[in-house]
Design a protein around this ligand. Structure first.
Ligand code: F6R
Length: 602
C-alpha cells in the first residue's frame, strides 16, 4: 500500500534508495520515483511502472546527493501515470514529498491553494503537501516548521517524508501508516517497513502515531505534535537480509511455501508441553472473565480467523469471525467480557486496526495475532501473540496463514481452559501431531503433485473449491489464492452450499477442488458427486487410501492427522496448485496486478 524510503548519510543516497524501493515493491508497484537533494536543487525522477523500469531509465549522475526520498505506489487517488507518481513537488521544485496513506481533506485544501494561485499537476491527494510546505516557506518560516504546519492541516492517515532545497535534513511524520527509522554507522534510513534497508542495518526505531522525526547524517530527533522530544526505544530485528531475500527460488511465494516446515516449527516452539498437553503461549495473561471471542481480519487472515473460530467453538468457547471492514456496521454486541482478536500478518491493515479500535472503545479486551513485532496492531492491543513466521514478502500470504491457523488452534485450547476450566479439544493427540507437523509438511511439499495437476487443469472456465468444517475456510483460502495470482475465476464454498445455487455454474469446465479433513467426509463426497454428475472433474485433497480417490479425477495427498491440522496441510497443497498454475500462465506471482501486501487504507 505504497512504500516510502528516505536516506540521509555521508555517501551517495541513490543506490540505497533504489535498493529500498526494490525491497518495498511488495507494497505497491504502479509507479516509482526518487528525489535527491545535493545543495544545488532537488532532482526528481519518477514514472509509471515498476522500480526496475525506473532503475533502467535514470541517469545516476543526475541524482547525485546524500539526501533523498523514494516511493513505490499503489494507486488510490488518480490512475498510475507518470504525473501521479511520487515524489510530488511544489511548482518551483523547492520541496519534494512522498506519502503513504490517504489525506481525507485534500479536496478542500487543494481548492484553497488553487484559489491562492498554486498550480497542481497531478490528481493525487499527496500533492497538497508540497504546496502547503511551500506556502509556509513563502511566508518566511524555516523548513522544519513549514513541514510541521503543513502536517497540522492534514486529516486522514499518512506516513509522509519531505526534503527541501538547501536543507540537509529529512522531515517525516506518522499518523496511521507505518514508518520506521533505520540507524546505520554512516547515516539514517526512513522506511515504511524494515526489509527496505535490512541489507544496511538491523537497528531500528519504530515511530508511533503523532511522531515527527528530523533526520540528518549525524543525528535523529523525534518529537510529538507540539515539538516536545519523545523517546523511542531502539530494537534489533532478528531477521537478516538473506532471510528476507529470494535465495535460489524464482519467486518469494514459492520460497515462503517451502519454508513452512521451519515457519511452523518456529511458531509453535516452546508454546505447548507435548508431555502434559498444557498450552503456555508465552506469558499471555489469563482470559478468565471472557465470555465471548470475536476475531476480526481481512482476506487470508480472515480465513485463518474462521479456522480459529471453529477451533474456539470446538473448545467450548462462544466465538465469531467478522470481516474487519464490516465491523462498524455489523458487529455483534460487545462489552468488557468480549475478547476481540485482530488476526493480521502485517499488523498494519487499516480495516483491522479500525475494527479493533472501535471494539476497544466499547470496552472489549484486545489481542493481536500478528507476524510483525512493532506493528500498529501489536502496539495498540492489550496483548500480543506473535506468529514468528519470519518475513513474508510475496503479496499472496502463505506461510503466515498456516502459522496463524496453528496458533489460533493452540490459543483456543488456552482460552477454553482459562474461561471454563476445561477444553474439548483433543489436546493430547494434537500435541503429538504438532511434534510431527514440520516433518509432515516437508514430506508433503517434496511429494506434491500440485504442478502436474495445475498443468492438467489449465485453461478452464472457472475453478471451485469446496470443504466443510475446517475444510470450508481452507476452500475459501484456496480460491482466494488461486484468483489472486492466476487471475482466473475461482470461488470457495462450504461443500453443502453447492446445491443451494453455485451448482448452476458447474460444467465439465469447472474443476472442483474438494477438501476432505476427516470429518463428515461421506457428506462432502456426496457434494463432490453432485459436481461429478454435471461432468465437472473433482480433485480430492485427502489422505492416501481415502474413499474419495476412487471417484475423483485426481488426488493431492495429505497426511492422515486430526482435522484440526489436516486443514492446514490441505491449504499447503492448494497454495502449491495456485503457484504452479500462475507460473504456467506466466503471471507476476509475487506482485499480482492491482494488489499490495499491506493495505493501509480503508
Ligand atoms: C491474500 C492476502 C490478503 C491479506 C489481507 C490482510 O493473499 O495476503 O488477503 O491477507 O490483506 O492482511 P493482513 O494479514 O496483513 O492484515
Amino acid at each position: 500500500m505504497c512504500g516510502i524510503i528516505g536516506r540521509v548519510g555521508r555517501d551517495e543516497a541513490i543506490d540505497s534508495l533504489l535498493t529500498g524501493l526494490e525491497n518495498l515493491e511488495y507494497r505497491g508497484y504502479d509507479s516509482a520515483g526518487i528525489a535527491v537533494q545535493n545543495g544545488a536543487g532537488i532532482n526528481v525522477e519518477k514514472q509509471s511502472g515498476k522500480v526496475s523500469s525506473l532503475t533502467d531509465s535514470i541517469d545516476r549522475n543526475d541524482l547525485a546527493g546524500r539526501l533523498g526520498i523514494g516511493h513505490t505506489r499503489w494507486s488510490t487517488h488518480g490512475p498510475p501515470t507518470d504525473e501521479n507518481a511520487h515524489p510530488h513537488t511544489d511548482s518551483t521544485r523547492d520541496v519534494a514529498v512522498v506519502h503513504n496513506g490517504i489525506i481525507e481533506n485534500y479536496a478542500e485544501i487543494r481548492s484553497r491553494l488553487q484559489r491562492a494561485g498554486y498550480e497542481f499537476t497531478s490528481q493525487t491527494d499527496t500533492e497538497v503537501v508540497p504546496h502547503l510546505i511551500q506556502r509556509n516557506l513563502d511566508r518566511g518560516v524555516e523548513a522544519e516548521t513549514a513541514f510541521r504546519r503543513a502536517i497540522d492541516e492534514l486529516e486522514g492517515s499518512y506516513a509522509i517524508a519531505a526534503i527541501c532545497d538547501g536543507e540537509d535534513e529529512l522531515y517525516a511524520a506518522r499518523q496511521g501508516s507505518p514508518l520506521v527509522v533505520g540507524i546505520e554507522g554512516d547515516g539514517y534510513f526512513l522506511a515504511s517497513d524494515v526489509p527496505a534497508f535490512l541489507e544496511y542495518t538491523d537497528t531500528v526505531v519504530y515511530l508511533e502515531d503523532g511522531d515527527f522525526v528530523t533526520l540528518r547524517s549525524n543525528g535523529v530527533r523525534i518529537t510529538d505534535r507540539d515539538g516536545n522530544p519523545v523517546r523511542r526505544d531502539r530494537h534489533t530485528v532478528d531477521w537478516d537480509a538473506e532471510e528476507a531475500g529470494k535465495g535460489e527460488f524464482d519467486h518469494y511465494m514459492l520460497k515462503e511455501i517451502t519454508e513452512q516446515p521451519t515457519s511452523l516449527a518456529q511458531s509453535i516452539e516452546g508454546r505447548y508441553d507435548p508431555h502434559t498437553g498444557s498450552v503456555t503461549l508465552d506469558d499471555l495473561e489469563t482470559f478468565e472473565g471472557i465470555s465471548r471471542v470475536l476475531l476480526v481480519a481481512c482476506g487470508t487472515s480472515y480465513h485463518a480467523a474462521q479456522y480459529g473460530t471453529i477451533a474456539l467453538r470446538r473448545s467450548g468457547v462462544a466465538a465469531d469471525a467478522i470481516l474487519a471492514n464490516e465491523f462498524s456496521l455489523a458487529a455483534p454486541p460487545i462489552d468488557e467480557e468480549t475478547l476481540v482478536i485482530a488476526v493480521t500478518q502485517s499488523g498494519e491493515t487499516a480495516d483491522t486496526l479500525t475494527a479493533v479500535r472501535q471494539a476497544a472503545d466499547r470496552g472489549a479486551k484486545t489481542l493481536s495475532v500478528t507476524n510483525v513485532v512493532g506493528s500498529s496492531a501489536a502496539r495498540e492491543t492489550d496483548q500480543q501473540l506473535f506468529i514468528r513466521a519470519g518475513p513474508e514478502i510475496g503479496v499472496a500470504a502463505t506461510k503466515t496463514f498456516s502459522s496463524q491457523a496453528v496458533l489460533l488452534t493452540l490459543l483456543s485450547h488456552r482460552i477454553a481452559t482459562d474461561t471454563t476450566g476445561s477444553s474439548s479439544l483433543p489436546i493430547g493427540q494434537l500435541c503429538v501431531e504438532l511434534e510431527q507437523l514440520p516433518a509432515l509438511v516437508e514430506t508433503l511439499i517434496e511429494a506434491s503433485d500440485a504442478r502436474s495437476i495445475a498443468r492438467r487443469y489449465r485453461d478452464q472456465e472457472s475453478y471451485f473449491f469446496i470443504g466443510r468444517g475446517f475444510g470450508y475456510p481452507v476452500a475459501s483460502e484456496g480460491a482466494l489464492k488461486f484468483k489472486e495470482i492466476t487471475y482466473e475465476h475461482a470461488e470457495g464454498f462450504a461443500s453443502g452450499e453447492l446445491k443451494h445455487g453455485p451448482l448452476a455454474l458447474v460444467t465439465p469446465e469447472t474443476p472442483v477442488f474438494t477438501v476432505f479433513t476427516g470429518e463428515e467426509d461421506e457428506t462432502t463426497l456426496a457434494n463432490a458427486a453432485e459436481a461429478t454428475t454435471r461432468g465437472a472433474p473433482v480433485i480430492a485433497i485427502c489422505p492416501d487410501g481415502h474413499d474419495a480417490i476412487q471417484t475423483a479425477d485426481a488426488h493431492l495427498a495429505i497426511p492422515d492427522v486430526n482435522p484440526l491440522l489436516s486443514g492446514i496441510l490441505a491449504t499447503i497443497q492448494l497454495q502449491l496448485v495456485s503457484y504452479h498454475a500462475a507460473a504456467l500462465l506466466d503471471r507476476e506471482i509475487d506482485k499480482p496486478r492491482n494488489l499490495a501486501k499491506s493495505v493501509t487504507v480503508e
